[in-house]
Design a protein around this ligand. Structure first.
Ligand code: GLN
Length: 541
C-alpha cells in the first residue's frame, strides 16, 4: 500500500486548534487499525523551535532524539500515545538549509535552484522519509499558519504536486472558523467560505471542512459551506468548543469522520477501538475533588492564555495524573515577582507547588522563597529542570549556609557555583553556538533504591528527555547528602545528577529532566502520579 497523506490546513484565524484537530484525526485513524504518524510543518525560517520565545510561540517540545519542536508535536504524541522523531517536524528554515547545503555540494549538477520548485520537492522527500522511518500507512500533515499567508504556499504546493501525481493517496482537510459576532448574535459563514476559496487559489480542493465555532454548526450553514467548496453537506464536520480537548476526537467520530476519510482513501477499516479513550475522557470530566496547584515562575503579565501555552505539557501532565485520582486540578499562576513584593502569603492554601523549567535571572528570588516555603512547610514540591537547579541553590544557601550560592547562569562569579556549565558547554556559549546545542533529548538514568523515583517508576532505571545547559556541580554532592538532600538519580555513568530529593519530607523532588514530555492521557507519567498521590495523602491528614 502507498502511504496515504492527509494535509490539514487552517483558515480565517490562528489559534482555533489545528494541532488538536490533526492529533484527533491521527488518533481516529489509528483506532481503525492503521499505522499512523503526523508531521508538523512550520513556515518560518527558524531551523527548529529551540530559539523561539515560549511566551510568544508556546512551549518548545523536545522529542526522544533531541529535536526541539513546536508544541503540536506534544499533542500528536499524547493523542497517538507513541514516540515521534525529528522526521515528524519540519520548518522552512530546515528546508532551505538543506537545499543550500545540497547546492554547495554540487548536488544540483549545474541546474538553477528554483525558489518555488525545489522546496516543495524537498518537502515531499521529507514526507517520504518520515513515512519510512515511522513505518506509517497514513501520515497526517499539519501545515502551520493560516491559508492566504505567503509563508505556507510552499507546503500547499507540495500538496498540490502530490495530488497531481497520486490523486488516490492524498486528501486535504481544512479547518476553518465561523464567528458569532456578539452584535449580530448569529453564526457567520462568509470568512469560512473565503478561506476555502483562498485554498482553491493555491490549487487545492478541500475534501473535508472542519467547522470550528462556539457551538455546533447547523445544516443551513453546512450547506452553504458545502456549495462554496463543491462538497456534500456531510463532509462538513461540526467542531464546537469543548470542555476538554480529548473530547474532540470523540465528537469527530460521532460524525463518522474516520469512516468517511477511509472511504475517500479507498481503505477498509481493520478495527475500531476508542474504549480506553472514552473512559479516560469520562474520568477527567467527572472528577469531583479539587486539587490546587501553584505554578511558580517568572511570568510576564500576558494573561493566562499564553502562559498556559508556554507550559502546555506540564499542565497536561498534571491533568492526566489528577484524573487518575478523581481530582479536578485548579492550576494558579504565581508570578514569583509577586512573592518578592508580597511574601509567601500568596502561596497559602495550595496542595502542591510546581516550579517548571525556565531560563535567566528575572524574579528568581521569589522562586527561591517559594521553594523554601515548600521545604520548610512540608508542602509537596515538584521541581522541573530549573525547578531542580533552584531547589539546589535554595538548599545550599539556607541549609548549608553558603550565602552566595548560585547557578552560574545567574552569577558566573559566585563563590559557590552549585549549578554550573560543563566544559563543552562553555565553548558553545563563548562561540555563540547556541542553536540545538543544549543537553537535549532522551538520557538514561539510574536511581537509588528507596527513592521517590524508584517507587514511582517501579524500577531503578528509566529514560527521560532533557533541555538544559547547566548541571548540578558534583563538588557539592557530599555536603548535600550529609545534610539531607540526596542525589536520587544520576546518568547511567554516575557523572551527571538527574534528581535530588529531600529525606525528611513527604514529597520534595527536583528532576533535571522534563517528565511532562512523556506523559500521555492513557499513560500518565509515574512522577506526576507520585506527586498527586502525595497530595492525596497530605489532604487526608
Ligand atoms: N536554565 C537552565 C539550564 O539551561 C534550566 C533549563 C530548563 O529549565 N529547561 O540549565
Amino acid at each position: 500500500m502507498n502511504t496515504k497523506i492527509i494535509f490539514v490546513s487552517g483558515g480565517v484565524i490562528s489559534g482555533i486548534g489545528k494541532g488538536v484537530a490533526t492529533s484527533s484525526i491521527a488518533l481516529l485513524l489509528k483506532s481503525r487499525g492503521f499505522a499512523v504518524t503526523a508531521i508538523k510543518a512550520d513556515p518560518y525560517l527558524n531551523v527548529d523551535a529551540g530559539t523561539l520565545n515560549p511566551i510568544e510561540h508556546g512551549e518548545v517540545f523536545v522529542l526522544n532524539d533531541g529535536m526541539e519542536c513546536d508544541q503540536d508535536l506534544g499533542n500528536y504524541e499524547r493523542f497517538l500515545n507513541q514516540h515521534l522523531n525529528s522526521t515528524n517536524y519540519m520548518t522552512t528554515g530546515q528546508i532551505f538549509k538543506s537545499i543550500i547545503e545540497k547546492e554547495r555540494a554540487l548536488e544540483f549538477e549545474g541546474k538553477t535552484v528554483e525558489f518555488f520548485q525545489d522546496p516543495p520537492r524537498e518537502i515531499i522527500e521529507r514526507i517520504e522519509k518520515c513515512a519510512k522511518k515511522n513505518r506509517a500507512e497514513i501520515i497526517v500533515f499539519e501545515i502551520g499558519g493560516t491559508v492566504g499567508e505567503y509563508q505556507n504556499l510552499l507546503y500547499l504546493e507540495a500538496n498540490r504536486l502530490l495530488k497531481l501525481t497520486r490523486p488516490k493517496d492524498i486528501l486535504h482537510i481544512h479547518l476553518t472558523y465561523l464567528p458569532i459576532p456578539s452584535s449580530i448574535g448569529e453564526m457567520k459563514s462568509k470568512p469560512a467560505q473565503m478561506s476555502i476559496q483562498q485554498l482553491a487559489q493555491a490549487g487545492i480542493q478541500a475534501d473535508f471542512v472542519l467547522a470550528r465555532s462556539q457551538v455546533a454548526v447547523d445544516t443551513k450553514r453546512k450547506e452553504k459551506i458545502a456549495i462554496a467548496c463543491g462538497l456534500n453537506a456531510e463532509d462538513i464536520i461540526s467542531a464546537p468548543d469543548v470542555e476538554n480537548i480529548y473530547q474532540v476526537p470523540l465528537n469527530f467520530e460521532n460524525q463518522n469522520l474516520s469512516g468517511k476519510i477511509l472511504e475517500k482513501l479507498s481503505l477498509k477499516p481493520k478495527a475500531s477501538d476508542l474504549s480506553r479513550w472514552k473512559i479516560m475522557v469520562n474520568d477527567a470530566l467527572t472528577a469531583k475533588r479539587t486539587v490546587r496547584i501553584a505554578m511558580v515562575g517568572k511570568y510576564f503579565s500576558t494573561g493566562d492564555f499564553t502562559l498556559s501555552d508556554a507550559y502546555l505539557s506540564v499542565i497536561e501532565s498534571i491533568r492526566h495524573a489528577a484524573a487518575n485520582f478523581n481530582f479536578k486540578p485548579r492550576i494558579s499562576w504565581i508570578d514569583s515577582a509577586q512573592i518578592e513584593t508580597e511574601g509567601v502569603k500568596v502561596l497559602a492554601g495550595f496542595d502542591g507547588i510546581v516550579v517548571p523549567g525556565g531560563f535567566g535571572s528575572r524574579a528568581v528570588d521569589g522562586i527561591l522563597t517559594a521553594i523554601k516555603f515548600a521545604r520548610e512547610g512540608k508542602v509537596p514540591y515538584f521541581g522541573l529542570c530549573y525547578g531542580m537547579q533552584l531547589a539546589a541553590v535554595e538548599f545550599a544557601r539556607n541549609v548549608l549556609d553558603l550565602e552566595d550560592a548560585n547557578t552560574t547562569e545567574i552569577n558566573h562569579k559566585t563563590k559557590h557555583p552549585i549549578i554550573d556549565v560543563m566544559a563543552d558547554q562553555k565553548d558553545k556559549i563563548e562561540g555563540k553556538n547556541l542553536g540545538g546545542t543544549m543537553r537535549l533529548g532522551s538520557w538514561d538514568f539510574k536511581a537509588k533504591k528507596g527513592s521517590i523515583i524508584e517507587k514511582a517508576y517501579k524500577s531503578i532505571t528509566g529514560s527521560e528527555r532533557h533541555r538544559h545547559r547547566y548541571e548540578f556541580n558534583n563538588a557539592y554532592r557530599d555536603r548535600f547528602e550529609k545534610e539531607g538532600m540526596f542525589i536520587s538519580a544520576t546518568t547511567k555513568d554516575g557523572k551527571l545528577v538527574e534528581a535530588l530529593e529531600l529525606k525528611d519530607h513527604l514529597f520534595f523532588i527536583g528532576v533535571q529532566f522534563h517528565p511532562e514530555l512523556k506523559s500521555r492521557p492513557l499513560t500518565p507519567h509515574p512522577l506526576y502520579l507520585a506527586f498527586m498521590e502525595a497530595i492525596a495523602q497530605s489532604k487526608k491528614r
